[in-house]
Design a protein around this ligand. Structure first.
Ligand SMILES: Nc1ncnc2c1ncn2[C@@H]1O[C@H](COP(=O)(O)OP(=O)(O)OP(=O)(O)O)[C@@H](O)[C@H]1O
Ligand SMILES: [Mg+2]
Length: 322
């Protein structure tokens, strides 16, 4: 369903240490309730940064603060080293954004929508309009009314609008929302292309699987707080389990569970043991079993799926997810 072969190698190679988007102790309260609660993020130039969290986690609220659309209760957002509240007029021209659905004129053509936004922004040439149309793959349909566009085409037109002013930072809030698998792949290819051109892309989603293939790094938030910030690989590392097939699983399990590393071991419905290993290494698990008199038929290591990682990190009770 989802293309696996291409990688984010190009944007990764371009990522540098310059921080493009930084939040510090960012808080937004609505009444007593914090929607964002002390968030610290650092997004570096050239990254495709995934901003992940379940519904209501605070993603859109964070993005609205980053774009100067709402004011933080406390803390700060800096874009390219400048405070967004203090230097709003200087900073915002360097950012392109698509928040949830783009606001489009359905009875106008795609090109005329771009012209209309271009007129508001000022300084957008016809050539730039042609450029963004071909970049998002809408050149052939530019004269058709937007109401005849598929959802995926509308989302891409939204990205085209965000790109008009040739921003350094592109902020996309759930750009794949409502897209079918083919639309998601199209969007992903487009974002890869943009990152390859040196843009920094900040993309929010509540579906880890949707962004994990293109993101260089991800932050997961829940209840307004950062749960983890990591490479995708770093999220799964060390959280897998060993799968052990052995002739007498109940007896073997009892031995394993007596060990400090094996206290969490379990038997599944197929009589297969799921366990950690001494020092996290399969060969020590094998040695332990053999020394205990069990000769395993098979020991394999199974990585935790990203979906499981996401659920494990975000399903904590009342926000104390760590
Ligand atoms: N204007 C507002 N007034 C009151 N509460 C709000 C307001 N905007 C957001 N909230 C609350 O803040 C929390 C975070 O909402 P936010 O829209 O940022 O979440 P999200 O991560 O974008 O979720 P989703 O995945 O559903 O888009 C929610 O509990 C929401 O109800
Ligand atoms: Mg949202």
């Amino acid at each position: 369903m989802i293309d696996m072969q291409s990688t984010a190698a190009m944007p990764r190679a371009r990522a540098s240490s310059e921080t493009v988007l930084r939040t510090r102790d960012l808080v937004k309260r609505y009444g007593e309730r914090p929607a964002v609660n002390g968030l610290n993020l650092d997004v570096r130039r050239g990254e495709i940064f995934g901003f992940l969290g379940p519904n209501g986690a605070g993603k859109t609220t964070t993005i609205r603060m980053a774009l100067g659309l709402i004011t933080p209760t406390s803390g700060s957002v800096e874009i390219l080293g400048q405070d967004v509240v203090v230097h709003r007029d200087k900073v915002l021209p360097r950012v392109g954004a698509l928040i949830e659905q783009p606001a489009l004129h359905l009875y106008m053509s795609g090109r005329d929508n771009l012209r209309a936004v271009g007129a508001i922004l000022g300084g957008v040439s016809n050539q730039r309009i042609e450029e963004v149309l071909s970049l998002v793959g809408l050149a052939a349909r530019q004269k058709d009314r937007v109401r005849t566009y598929s959802l995926g085409m509308k989302q891409r037109l939204g990205v085209a609008i965000a790109l008009l002013n040739d921003p350094d930072l592109l902020v996309l809030d759930e750009p794949a929302n409502g897209l079918d698998p083919a639309g998601i792949v199209e969007m992903r290819d487009l974002l890869r292309q943009l990152a390859a051109q040196g843009k920094t892309v900040f993309i929010s989603s509540h579906v880890l699987a949707e962004v994990q293939q293109i993101c260089t790094r991800v932050a997961i938030i829940n209840l307004g707080r950062l749960v983890t910030e990591s490479t995708v690989e770093g999220l799964t590392r060390g959280h897998g389990e060993f799968i052990v097939r052995v002739e007498n699983p109940t007896a073997a399990l009892a031995q394993i569970q007596r060990q400090p590393w094996g206290a969490q071991a379990k038997l599944d419905g197929d009589g297969v043991i799921h366990t950690a290993a001494p020092n996290g290494q399969g060969r020590y698990l094998t040695r332990f079993l053999v020394e205990a008199g069990f000769y395993p038929d098979q020991i394999t290591y199974q990585e935790e799926s990203l979906e499981d990682v996401f659920l494990r990190l975000t399903n904590g009770s009342n926000g104390e997810v760590r």
